[in-house]
Design a protein around this ligand. Structure first.
Ligand code: GAL
Length: 380
C-alpha cells in the first residue's frame, strides 16, 4: 500500500474515532486517575533504530512502564517523517492515554499534537523538543547547551589548550579544526552548536584555532538526520578541498558519536592514525559502544555521556503524573521555548567521558560491561 494512501487512511480513521469518543472515554485521554495501570496505554514514538541509543531509550521506557503494569505501544519511524506522523496518528486512534515522542523533525507533528490535545492526551517530548505547537505538555532531556560547551571544552583539552580543571593548557597552537553540527530539523542541534561555538569563538577570533575550510555557520556544517555516511562524505570533501596543500587537521568538533565515526573513517582513509600521522582530536555524544571502544583504543578523543536510563525514568515519572491527573515535576521552566510557549522541562546532568573516565562513568555504573567495551558491541 502506498504511503500517501496510508496517511489518508490514518487521518480518516482518526477523524472518525475522534468524533466517536469526542475526547473522553474509549480508554483514550481525559481523566484517567481512577483507572488501573493495566487499562492504560502509553504510546512511545522513537525516531530510528539505526542508532543504538534510541533502541536503548525505547527499551528502557517500555520496560519501566510495563514494570508498573502499563501497556506500551512502542514504534520506530525509520527516520522517515510521514511514517512517524502516521504512527502517532495510529497511537491516538488506538486509544493511547499519554504520548512520549522523540521527533525526527521537531516541527512536523503539529497536526498530530492537535489531534492528541482534542482527545485530551498529554504529550511528553522526549529528548528532542517539538516546536511550533502549544500542545506539548512536558519535556524531558539534558542540558543541551551544556552538551555543546562540554564538546568544545573536550576539543580544547584534547588539543592541550586547556586542562580538565579549566586552567590554561601548555599548547600554543595554532591548530586546524573543522566543525560539524547535527540535523537542522532537530531542535537540539542549535543548542549543541551554540554552546560549542560560544566556547570556541574566542580561540577562533584570536587565531589559536583556524577553520581552514571557512565553513563556520550552522547551515554549512549541519549533517541531515545525523547520518554517519553524510558526515564521512563531508569530511572527505573537506580533506580534498582544504587540506591538499600538506596542512593537517588537528581537531574536529563532532556533535554525535555516529557522526564522529564517519569523520574518523574519512580521516583514516586519508592516512591519519598511521605512520606517524596523528589522528585528530574528535569529540562526540551519546557514549555509543562502538565509539567507547574507539575512545578506549585512543582513536576517538571523547564523548558526552547522557544516561538514557535516567531519561527513561523521567519520562515514566512524567507519564505517570499525567495519568494520575497531576502535573509532572519540572526543574526548568524558562529555557525551552518551542516558538509558541515555554515547555516545562526536566533536564538531567551530563558527563564528559575521556579514556580515563570509561571505567568509573560507564562500567562501574553498569551502562556498559568491560567485555562490551573491549568488543565495541552491545551484548543484548
Ligand atoms: C539528538 C540527541 C543526541 C543524539 C542525536 C542523534 O537529538 O540529543 O543525543 O542522539 O539526536 O541521534
Amino acid at each position: 500500500m502506498g504511503r500517501k494512501f496510508l496517511v489518508a487512511l490514518g487521518s480518516a480513521v482518526l477523524a472518525l474515532s475522534l468524533a466517536a469518543c469526542s475526547g473522553e472515554g474509549a480508554g483514550s485521554g481525559g481523566d484517567t486517575s481512577g483507572e488501573k495501570p493495566g487499562d492504560l496505554t502509553i504510546g512511545v514514538s522513537m525516531p530510528t533504530q539505526t542508532s543504538e541509543r534510541w533502541i536503548a531509550d525505547g527499551n528502557a521506557v517500555k520496560q519501566k512502564l510495563e514494570a508498573k503494569g502499563y501497556k506500551v505501544d512502542l514504534q520506530y519511524a525509520g527516520d522517515d517523517i510521514p511514517t512517524q506522523s502516521q504512527q502517532v496518528d495510529q497511537m491516538i486512534t488506538q486509544g493511547a492515554d499519554v504520548l512520549v515522542v522523540a521527533a525526527i523533525d521537531g516541527t512536523a507533528l503539529s497536526g498530530q499534537l492537535q489531534a492528541a490535545a482534542d482527545a485530551k492526551i498529554p504529550v511528553i517530548a522526549y529528548d528532542r523538543l517539538i516546536r511550533g505547537s502549544k500542545n506539548v505538555d512536558f519535556y524531558v532531556s539534558f542540558d543541551n547547551y551544556k552538551v555543546g560547551v562540554a564538546q568544545a571544552t573536550a576539543l580544547l583539552v584534547g588539543l592541550g589548550l586547556q586542562n580538565k580543571d579549566g586552567s590554561q593548557g601548555t599548547a600554543k597552537g595554532p591548530f586546524n579544526v573543522e566543525l560539524f553540527a547535527g540535523s537542522l530539523d532537530d531542535n537540539n542541534t542549535q543548542y549543541f552548536f551554540g554552546g560549542a561555538m560560544d566556547t570556541l569563538k574566542p580561540f577562533i577570533d584570536g587565531g589559536t584555532l583556524k577553520v581552514k575550510s571557512r565553513q563556520t555557520t550552522i547551515e554549512q556544517v549541519a549533517i541531515l538526520r545525523w547520518q554517519q555516511e553524510t558526515a564521512q562524505k563531508r569530511m572527505e570533501d573537506l580533506l580534498t578541498s582544504s587540506y591538499n596543500d600538506g596542512a593537517r587537521v588537528d581537531g574536529v568538533l563532532s556533535p554525535y558519536d555516529g557522526i564522529s565515526r564517519g569523520i574518523i573513517t574519512a580521516l583514516q582513509n586519508a592516512g591519519y592514525g598511521a605512520a606517524g600521522k596523528k589522528i585528530p582530536v574528535v569529540t562526540g555524544q551519546d557514549a555509543e559502544i562502538a565509539s567507547i571502544k574507539l575512545i578506549n583504543d585512543g582513536v576517538q578523543g571523547s564523548t558526552v555521556f547522557k544516561d538514557t536510563r535516567l531519561l527513561a525514568d523521567q519520562a515514566v515519572n512524567a507519564a505517570e503524573a499525567f495519568l494520575q491527573d497531576k502535573q509532572p515535576q519540572a526543574n526548568d521552566t524558562q529555557t525551552y521555548n518551542n516558538g509558541v510557549k515555554v515547555v516545562p522541562s526536566y533536564l538531567l546532568p551530563i558527563a564528559t567521558v575521556y579514556k580515563d573516565d570509561i571505567k568509573a562513568t560507564l562500567i562501574d555504573s553498569g551502562y556498559w560491561t568491560a567485555e562490551e567495551v573491549a568488543a565495541g558491541q552491545a551484548k543484548k
